[in-house]
Design a protein around this ligand. Structure first.
Ligand SMILES: Nc1ncnc2c1ncn2[C@@H]1O[C@H](COP(=O)(O)OP(=O)(O)OP(=O)(O)O)[C@@H](O)[C@H]1O
Ligand SMILES: [Mg+2]
Length: 350
């Protein structure tokens, strides 16, 4: 899919601007603070109905104004859709082809964006939550049933944590809820293992294109209990062993909600041993890898890379640009960047 055009009104620092984009590489450059990230933030907003930078919807509305608007035309193969979003302090309203969208999932079905943002450089150093979110968001986009599993798991987990917080926790109830978590977690682990394996195959190819044919990259995902014939018994034992600690901490300490994965480049943990530039490159490649798991070509995600070039040397920059030509549509922001074959280049100035 691709963004044909976007108009933003009173969005962040922009009063009124229309951008026409093409398939291929769309470059947005300009000095710090001119509003480049704000433009790609609006593009990302189309896919999830939320910003990647702030939880506060109000901060999207231009200072002194009462509402912000985003209007865009998105192409999916031969199909073209108009999306209009009105953001007010009271909430947002979404129209798809002039019809009110009742659920946010209607929006994410029309627009799929894979994003690299500057803080992703910390993906392998920071909290496991960010890595789990990467798994959960991307697997959910591929399989509705996974989203359903995760949602049910979260609900039962909350019930068990609430039960642990009672003055006299009910042992039978805790046990029943643990059984439910175990059942749900088995399917979640199977999805995660498959996704990690598929992503690893893609990531190896992308990494070699960028850093050389000898590079090897391995994602290691270790579930809290291996899924085999003894899964249920082993998981049950693990919960029993953890029970005393759970009662003390008043929270469930094991399960898929505590899992993590790590990435090694040439046998060394990227978070610990990788340079800043390597962390940036591998995080970027990982975040755009799910593109190749979408089988329907017309539904390939839009790639948004905010400020990705800093810290990369000239040779890696050129290789990255070359690599990006494999995607249907890419947005890239930078303070300065000249790309010979860019489809569009907007130069913003104060
Ligand atoms: N609600 C708002 N109303 C008015 N201005 C805003 C609002 N929110 C953010 N801004 C302004 O937008 C500007 C930042 O825009 P943005 O982050 O897109 O810059 P940028 O071009 O990406 O800069 P950099 O190169 O530093 O990343 C700041 O000057 C900020 O004050
Ligand atoms: Mg920026």
């Amino acid at each position: 899919m691709n963004v044909k055009s976007i108009t933003i009104k009173n969005f962040r620092n922009h009063s009124y601007r229309t951008f026409k984009f093409e398939k291929g590489l769309n470059v947005i450059t300009g000095p710090n603070g001119v509003g480049k990230t704000n433009v790609v933030e609006a593009i990302y907003y189309l896919s999830l109905g939320k910003s990647f930078r702030s939880q506060e919807e109000d901060s999207l509305i231009k200072e002194g104004k009462t509402s912000a608007e985003i209007e865009a035309v998105i192409e999916e193969g031969q199909i073209s859709r108009k999306i209009e979003i009105l953001i007010t302090p009271k909430g947002r309203q979404v129209l798809i082809n002039n019809k009110k969208a009742l659920k946010l999932s209607e929006l994410s079905k029309c627009v799929n964006v894979l994003l690299f943002e500057p803080k992703d450089v910390l993906l392998f150093k920071g909290s496991p939550k960010n890595r789990r979110d990467f798994l959960d968001i991307n697997i959910s986009k591929l399989h509705n049933s996974y989203l359903d599993l995760i949602t049910r798991y979260e609900k039962v987990l909350k019930q068990r944590n609430d039960a642990l917080k009672l003055d006299k926790p009910d042992g039978v109830l805790l046990d029943t809820l643990a059984d439910m978590l175990i059942d749900l977690s088995k399917s979640i682990i199977i999805y995660r293992q498959k996704f990690v394996k598929d992503i690893n195959d893609i990531l190896i190819k992308l990494t070699r294109a960028l850093t050389g044919a000898n590079s090897n990259i391995v994602i290691s995902y270790k579930p809290y209990v291996e899924v085999d014939d003894n899964f249920k018994t082993n998981a049950k034992n693990a919960f029993t062993r953890a029970l005393e600690g759970d009662l003390k901490k008043k929270a469930t300490s094991i399960g898929v909600h505590r899992e993590d994965f790590s990435i090694a480049l040439n046998e060394r943990e990227i978070g610990e041993f990788g340079s800043q530039g390597q962390n940036r490159m591998i995080a970027l490649l990982l975040k755009i890898s799910p593109y190749f798991l979408v089988e329907d070509k017309d539904r390939h995600p839009i790639i948004v890379l905010d400020d990705v070039m800093s810290e990369l040397d000239q040779s890696h920059r050129l290789k990255l640009i070359q690599l990006l030509t494999r995607f249907e549509q890419v947005f890239i922001t930078a303070t300065r960047l000249e790309v010979k074959d860019a489809a569009t280049h907007y130069r913003l100035n104060k």
